[in-house]
Design a protein around this ligand. Structure first.
Ligand code: 0O2
Length: 251
C-alpha cells in the first residue's frame, strides 16, 4: 500500500466544451466591434446590479444594528428575522417587458424599484409599524413609495407593509442613490404569503377557485391570530415601550 492509496484524485473529470461547434462557428462570425460592445454591456450590467446589492447591504446593516441594539438594551426585540434577495436578471427583463419599459439602464432604474428586496418579519403588527418608523426616520433614507397592505389587504388576503426607500451607496465614483424595496410583515403574514406563493407557482398562476377561497379565509385567520397574539402580549408585558423614532436632522 502506498501513502497515496485511498486518496481521491483531485484532477477534474473531463468537462464538456463551453460552446457547441455550432455556437463556436456563430461566435466567429461576430465582428470584433460587436464583441467589444457585448462585453461592455455585460460589464455595465454587472456594475448596475452590484449597486443594488450594495444598497441592499446598507439597509440590512441598518436593520441589523437596530436589531442588535434592541437585544442589548431593551428587554424585547421587534425583529424576528431579516432576509433579502436580488432580483435575477431574467426577472428584471420579464418585469421590463410586462411594464413595457424601454431597455435602458436609466429607465429600468426609474421604473423597476424592487430589484433589491429586504424582508423583515416581526412578531406583532405594532412592531412592523415601529420598524417602518425607525428605518424611514434615518436621515440618509428617502421614502419613495409606501404601500400599506396591512391597513388595506389585497383582495386575495395578502398583508404586508411595503416601502421603497432610496439609500446612498458610496463608491469610488461618489454617492449613488439606490432603490430598495422593504417588506415588513408579521410571522403569520409571512407564513400565509410563502404558502400562497408556492401554490401560485404550483398551479402556474391558475389557482382553482376553491383553493383561492381557502387562502382568503386563511388570511383572515392569520389576521385574527395577529390581533389575539398582540392582545395577549400586551396583557403580559403592557403597552409596547419601544422608542419612537426621532426624525433625524441632517447637520
Ligand atoms: P418576488 O419574487 O417576491 O420578487 P410595482 O413594482 O409597484 O409596479 P408590484 O411589483 O406588483 O408592482 O408591487 P407590489 O404590489 O408592492 O408587490 C411586490 C412584491 O410584494 C411581490 O414581488 C411579492 O414579493 C409581494 N407580493 C405582492 N402581492 C403578493 C401576493 O398576493 N402574494 C404574495 N405571496 N406576495 C405578494 P414579486 O416581484 O411579485 O415577487
Amino acid at each position: 500500500m502506498t501513502p497515496l492509496d485511498g486518496i481521491q484524485s483531485t484532477r477534474h473529470p473531463k468537462t464538456p466544451p463551453m460552446l457547441t461547434d455550432r455556437a463556436q462557428r456563430t461566435l466567429e462570425t461576430i465582428d470584433g466591434q460587436t464583441l467589444d460592445e457585448m462585453r461592455a454591456l455585460r460589464d455595465e450590467t454587472e456594475r448596475f446590479m452590484l449597486r443594488y446589492k450594495f444598497g441592499m447591504d446598507e439597509v440590512i446593516t441598518k436593520l441589523s444594528i437596530l436589531r442588535e441594539e434592541f437585544s442589548q438594551t431593551h428587554d424585547y426585540n421587534p425583529i424576528e428575522h431579516i432576509s433579502s434577495r436580488l432580483k435575477s436578471l431574467d426577472s428584471v427583463i420579464d418585469k421590463m417587458r410586462r411594464k413595457g419599459v424601454e431597455p435602458t439602464f436609466d429607465t429600468i432604474r426609474d421604473t423597476i424599484t424592487d430589484i433589491a428586496g429586504v424582508r423583515i418579519t416581526c412578531s406583532f403588527v405594532s412592531d412592523a409599524y415601529r420598524i417602518f418608523e425607525l428605518l424611514t426616520a434615518q436621515r440618509d433614507i428617502r421614502v419613495l413609495k409606501v404601500k400599506d397592505y396591512i391597513k388595506e389587504p389585497k383582495e386575495n388576503g395578502y398583508q404586508s407593509l411595503h416601502v421603497i426607500v432610496e439609500v446612498p451607496v458610496f463608491l469610488s465614483t461618489g454617492a449613488h442613490p439606490v432603490a430598495v424595496e422593504v417588506q415588513i410583515r408579521t410571522i403569520a403574514m409571512d407564513f400565509w404569503a410563502s404558502l400562497e406563493h408556492k401554490i401560485y407557482y404550483k398551479y402556474d398562476k391558475q389557482i382553482p377557485q376553491e383553493l383561492l377561497d381557502g387562502l382568503t379565509d386563511a388570511a383572515h385567520t392569520a389576521s385574527e391570530l395577529d390581533a389575539r397574539m398582540e392582545r395577549l402580549h400586551r396583557e403580559v408585558h403592557g403597552a409596547p415601550r419601544l422608542p419612537h423614532a426621532k426624525r433625524d436632522i441632517a447637520v
